[in-house]
Design a protein around this ligand. Structure first.
Ligand SMILES: Cc1cc2nc3c(=O)[nH]c(=O)nc-3n(C[C@H](O)[C@H](O)[C@H](O)COP(=O)(O)OP(=O)(O)OC[C@H]3O[C@@H](n4cnc5c(N)ncnc54)[C@H](O)[C@@H]3O)c2cc1C
Length: 477
C-alpha cells in the first residue's frame, strides 16, 4: 500500500500534522515507536488555528482551567491561593500584602496584552528576518503593526521584558515572596535556569499563552486523546523508525527497526530535531556546520514527573512547594553542579487516586548516575516536602513512581530528556528554533519536514508546530 506522507511519532504535533495533511486528501501513515497510546491529559494551549483546522470542538476536546492554578505553601503555615477569579486572587494577596493586591490587576492586564502578541506570532510561520521577499516583508510589517496597535506601553513592555529575568520583572512589581514564587515557578518550567536567569521573564509570558488575565498556568486538555481517536490517518504503533532514506537530495521514505522499508515522497518528523537530523537521517546530506548547530541545540531536561498513588483524597487540589524566588534559585544551584535539588520546586496536582507532580531540578545525567536508589530517594523527598506543606499527606501515599529526564530520553527518544524537544531560551525561539535558517519546518533534504515542538512555536503550544509543518509541506508539494 503506498502513502503520500509518513509522519514519525504520534505525539500531539505529529498527529496534528498528519490530520492536516489527511484533510487535504493525502494518504498518511503515522509510525509511533511506543506500543500503546498515552492519552493522559496535558497542560498547554491549543491555539484557535489548530482548533479550526481540525474541527476539534466537534470532536469532544475539553479544556479544563486549574482551580486554583497555584497554591503556594507559606513558610509559617497556610497557603496563597491564586485562582481563575481575579477578585478572589486580589483578596488572597491582600492578606499578605495590600500593596501587591493593588498592583496585581494592572500587572495581569499588562502581561495578558503581551501574551496576546505571542499568541498571534505562534499561529503563523516564524518571522523570516533574512527575507527580501515582498510578501514576507509585508507580513513582518503587519506583525510590527499588530504590536503597535496594542499601544505604546505594550511595545515598551515587550522590548524591556524579553531579555529580563523573571526575578527582575517580579521585583519591580511585588514585595510578597509567595506571590513572586508562584510566578517564578511558572517562569522556569522545563528550563535549566533559575528565575534570576536572563530570558526567564519571556518563559513566564510563553506559559501565559492561552490563559486568562491573572492565570499563569495553562489549562489541562485531552487533546492527545482526541487526536488519537480522530479518523482519517493510519497509525502504526510499536513501529520504530531507524532511518530516513534519501535519494538525490529528496526524502524517499523510512526504514523501520525491524528492517521494513516504507516509501513516501513526504516525511514529517515529530521526533526532536537532533534525533531526526543526526540519528535518523542518512548521513552525508547535511552541511557539517548545520550538523554542528543541531548537535548544539540546548536540550537539558531538568524536570521529573512523580506519580504518587494515594489511598484517600489529597488535602489539596494543586500545591506548589517553593515559597520564594530564593528557594527556586537555590533549587537550581544544585542542578548547575549536576545534582538533583535537595529541596526541589514541586508543582503537584491531585487527580483520580493519585497526585502527579512536576519536580525540578532533576538533571538528565546527575553526578553519580541515575539509579533505582536515586529514584527512591527522590520519591521520598517529594512525599516529605508535600507533607510539610500539607501535614498528613505522606501517610496516604502507597507508592511513588518517578520518571526522570533519562527515562523520557529512553521511552520517548527525547534528546537530553527535554519534554519540549529543546529549551525555550531566547536563542532558541521564533526564527532560531530549532536553529537559524530552519524555522520554517523545511530541511535541506527535499520532502523532509520537522513537525515536533523542537520547532516554532515550541512546547506547551499544543499542535502548533504540527499545523505549521503540515502547511509548509503542503505548500512545497
Ligand atoms: C513530566 C512531563 C511533563 C510534561 N508536561 C507537559 C505540559 O504540561 N505541557 C506540554 O505541552 N508538554 C508537556 N510535556 C511534554 C509532552 O509530553 C510532549 O513531549 C510535548 O508536548 C511535545 O509534543 P510533541 O508532539 O512535539 O512531541 P512528543 O510528544 O515527544 O511526540 C514525539 C513522538 O515521536 C515518537 N518517536 C520519537 N522517535 C521515534 C522513532 N524513531 N520512531 C517512531 N516514533 C518515534 C515518540 O515516541 C513520541 O510519541 C511533558 C512531558 C513530561 C515528561
Amino acid at each position: 500500500m503506498s502513502h503520500d506522507a509518513i509522519v514519525i511519532g504520534a505525539g500531539i504535533n505529529g498527529l496534528a500534522a498528519a490530520h492536516v495533511l489527511a484533510r487535504k486528501g493525502r494518504k498518511v501513515l503515522v509510525l509511533e515507536q511506543r506500543a500503546a497510546a498515552d492519552a493522559a491529559p496535558m497542560a498547554g494551549w491549543v491555539p484557535p488555528a489548530v482548533f479550526r483546522a481540525l474541527h476539534l470542538k466537534r470532536r469532544g476536546l475539553t479544556v479544563e482551567p486549574l482551580e486554583p492554578w497555584a497554591s503556594v505553601a507559606l513558610d509559617g503555615g497556610g497557603r496563597l491561593d491564586l485562582g481563575q477569579d481575579m477578585p478572589a486572587s486580589v483578596a488572597a494577596i491582600q492578606r499578605l500584602s495590600p500593596t501587591d493586591a493593588g498592583q496585581w490587576p494592572s500587572f495581569c492586564a499588562r502581561m495578558r496584552r503581551l501574551a496576546s502578541v505571542l499568541e498571534d506570532l505562534y499561529q503563523e510561520p516564524a518571522p523570516d528576518v533574512e527575507t527580501t521577499a515582498f510578501g514576507e516583508l509585508f507580513r513582518l510589517g503587519m506583525l510590527g503593526l499588530k504590536v503597535r496597535r496594542r499601544g505604546r506601553q505594550a511595545t515598551i513592555d515587550l522590548l524591556r521584558l524579553l531579555p529580563m529575568s523573571a526575578a527582575e520583572l517580579l521585583d519591580e512589581w511585588f514585595e510578597c515572596d509567595a506571590l513572586k514564587a508562584a510566578l517564578g515557578a511558572a517562569s522556569i518550567r522545563h528550563l535549566c535556569q533559575g528565575p534570576r536567569g536572563g530570558g526567564t521573564a519571556f518563559s513566564l509570558l510563553h506559559h501565559h499563552t492561552g490563559c486568562r488575565a491573572g492565570v499563569f498556568r495553562q489549562p489541562r486538555t485531552n487533546v492527545q486523546a482526541v487526536l488519537d481517536q480522530l479518523p482519517g490517518v493510519e497509525i502504526r504503533r510499536g513501529a520504530r523508525v531507524s532511518r530516513i532514506t534519501v535519494r538525490g537530495g529528496r526524502a524517499t521514505g523510512v526504514v523501520l527497526q525491524n528492517g521494513d522499508e516504507i516509501a513516501a515522497p513526504l516525511v514529517l518528523s515529530g521526533a526532536d530535531p537532533r534525533t531526526t537530523l543526526v540519528d535518523l537521517l542518512e548521513p552525508g546530506w547535511l552541511d557539517p556546520e548545520l550538523v554542528r548547530a543541531v548537535r548544539n541545540i540546548k536540550s537539558r531536561g531538568v524536570t521529573a514527573r512523580a506519580t504518587l498513588f494515594v489511598d484517600r483524597p489529597a488535602p489539596f487540589r494543586t500545591l506548589t512547594v517553593g515559597g520564594s524566588l530564593t528557594y527556586l534559585e537555590r533549587a537550581y544551584d544544585d542542578a548547575k553542579y549536576g545534582r538533583v535539588s535537595a529541596r526541589p520546586v514541586i508543582a503537584a496536582d491531585a487527580q483520580d487516586g493519585r497526585v502527579v507532580a512536576e519536580v525540578q531540578y532533576v538533571p538528565h545525567a546527575p553526578a553519580g548516575g541515575w539509579t533505582d536508589a536515586a529514584r527512591q530517594a527522590l520519591g521520598e523527598t517529594v512525599t516529605r516536602r508535600l507533607d510539610e506543606a500539607a501535614p498528613g499527606f505522606a501517610a496516604t501515599v502507597t507508592e511513588a513512581r518517578i520518571e526522570a529526564p533519562g527515562d523520557l530520553a529512553a521511552t520517548l527518544g527525547l534528546s537530553g530528556g527535554h519534554a519540549y524537544h529543546g529549551e525555550l531560551t531566547l536563542d532558541q525561539i521564533l526564527f532560531m528554533r530549532p536553529v537559524a535558517g530552519m524555522s520554517r519546518h523545511a530541511t535541506p533534504v527535499g520532502g523532509l519536514f520537522l513537525a515536533g515542538s523542537g520547532t516554532h512555536p515550541g512546547g506547551a503550544v499544543l499542535g502548533g508546530a504540527g499545523l505549521l509543518a503540515a502547511r509548509a509541506a503542503l505548500a512545497a508539494s
